[in-house]
Ligand binder design. Structure first.
Ligand SMILES: [Zn+2]
Length: 261
């Protein structure tokens, strides 16, 4: 059976309340034998780290503040994230970045919160899990100031253009792809992006409970979960005209090296 690594699951989302064990077991039954829980706030990062600790070598977590949550950023936040990042199973700083699509937090606060986390990643020397939505220019301006000192970085749930993808690759960044790549209506342009990006620079993720793959038979499920990750791999295999086992193997190797798993 093919095995996969899901580099982004929001397991502490309330849609998964009280179902963590079932969700993880179903994922493993489908070959998803390693999962990284996304921390999106200090509290969420603490919860994710606690859950991950109970599943050694299967679950890992990130510690960070999502741009939507930047309004919660305060003088204690970086210290609290730093404490979490001392744990071996907390493997990455993020998710962090800029989101000018919904502007749930004021932009100046998003920027301050993002820069503090870039500095933290340099300090703890753990890779970055980045989020950028409708903020490409400003995101790059801010990030470029730190670029020579930054650890490895992945722009997760990439939905940008081929031009943007190439700019990220030129910076040495990796790209994370979700079920969005199977949405031929909204994200048709991602087909050429997938064909262009080499497997040693891409990783796969569900971003569950969001981003349900469109190529799933019987669209009864509304909520995405890590068990559905093989559908993301299937779309990549189809677009690149390669086997799904190659996608599974190569993206897993890329993720293991990137996150030092
Ligand atoms: Zn995100």
């Amino acid at each position: 059976m093919n095995t996969y690594i899901d580099i982004g699951i929001n397991l502490t989302n309330k849609q998964f309340y009280n179902e963590h064990e079932e969700i993880i077991n179903r994922a493993m039954d489908n070959g998803v034998d390693c999962m990284i829980l996304t921390g999106t706030s200090v509290r969420g990062s603490q919860e994710s780290a606690e859950i991950a600790k109970e599943y050694p070598e299967i679950l890992f977590s990130t510690a960070g503040i999502h741009p939507h949550e930047a309004k919660s950023f305060n003088g204690e936040s970086i210290h609290q994230l730093r404490m979490l990042l001392q744990e071996d199973h907390v493997i990455s700083v993020g998710e962090c970045g800029l989101d000018f699509d919904r502007d749930f937090s004021p932009r100046p606060i998003q920027e301050k919160c993002y820069k503090a986390q870039l500095e933290l990643s340099i300090e703890v020397n753990k890779p970055l899990f980045l989020h950028e939505r409708s903020a490409f220019t400003r995101f790059n301006e801010l990030t470029d100031d730190y670029l020579p000192r930054l650890p490895k970085a992945v722009v997760h749930c990439f939905t940008g253009t081929l031009h943007e993808a190439r700019i990220y690759l030129d910076k040495g960044f990796y790209l994370g792809f979700t079920g969005a790549i199977s949405d031929g209506k909204r994200f048709k342009h991602l087909e050429e992006v997938i064909r262009y990006i080499p497997l040693d620079r891409m990783m796969i993720e569900t971003d569950a409970p969001y981003m349900l793959p469109k190529n799933m038979p019987g669209m009864k499920h509304r909520r995405n979960e890590p068990a559905f990750l093989p559908y993301v791999a299937q779309t990549i295999a189809h677009l690149k005209k390669i086997s799904i086992s190659e996608v599974a193997e190569e993206t897993s190797t890329t993720a293991r090296q990137f996150f030092r798993l």
